[in-house]
Design a protein around this ligand. Sequence first.
Ligand SMILES: NC(=O)c1ccc[n+]([C@@H]2O[C@H](COP(=O)([O-])OP(=O)(O)OC[C@H]3O[C@@H](n4cnc5c(N)ncnc54)[C@H](OP(=O)(O)O)[C@@H]3O)[C@@H](O)[C@H]2O)c1
Length: 260
Amino acid sequence: MQIAVLGGTGVLGAPVVRDLAARGHTVRVLTRTPPTDPVPGTVHHPVDLATGAGLDKALEGVSTVVDAANHTGARSAKVLVEGVRSLLAAEQRAEVGHHVEISIVGCDQVPFAYYRSKVAQEHVVTQGPIPWTLLRATQFHELIDQILGLSAKLRVAPHSSMRFQPVDVTAVAARLADAAEAGPSGRVRDVGGPAVHTLTELATARREILGHALLPVPVPPLGRIARRLRDAALCLDDSGEAVSFDYAEWVRRRYGKPRS
Ligand SMILES: NC(=O)c1ccc[n+]([C@@H]2O[C@H](COP(=O)([O-])OP(=O)(O)OC[C@H]3O[C@@H](n4cnc5c(N)ncnc54)[C@H](OP(=O)(O)O)[C@@H]3O)[C@@H](O)[C@H]2O)c1
């Protein structure tokens, strides 16, 4: 298949590109900046979702689009919501047959501006002109590690009852590649990591594995967002699929600290 991956250089997009290419598909990587380490056989097309520039040329002859682009800043709605609207219009002009979208487990439960953009993005896709598949995933290990890594630089470890179920991004990428191959399937089963942990537990695991001396700093669950996270709003319910390995294992692999 000719498959275009929007955001194919990102934390999720890069393993999606690798997975699809390994399965023998012809893959186009659509981002503003070319990949620094392109996957052999893939071709980069410059596009900007914020303006629509480059989309028509990039989608010529493409049968399936996987959207793994992202923008978390103040312009998240511009890139995620208006961007996906321009993308779907370009897909319609190019006669693309399948749009695969990634979203976030519980994004409709947590009143966070970025999540509001994700809910609006889901709405544009599910009400849009292109047959679609929508997968929701929990937080990637990389995101949890980024938060705890920043705290560790300040020599602190957050002590918080907020709950997460971090997932291995390559397992999410494989689900998106499966979805691309399966054809339009609507909302598919949510995917997440194998275990729910409080932020305290995740911070403790990282601190112990990496041997850091950090000051525990309590983060009380103040406000609706924190309370929803404490109540595990971003974690799978019973219908979700728990996959792969947990955050502690990810830390060991990422930082070369084998289990002793
Ligand atoms: N991170 C998580 O924990 C998590 C969990 C569940 C779901 N998700 C979802 O997964 C998706 C990908 O997230 P991620 O964390 O992998 O993102 P990321 O690492 O920040 O990657 C973003 C990608 O989007 C591209 N991009 C950004 N702005 C663009 C624009 N204006 N036009 C075209 N491409 C643009 C970037 O390339 P250029 O900058 O070169 O354009 C890059 O390839 C998002 O939809 C996110 O909501 C993320």
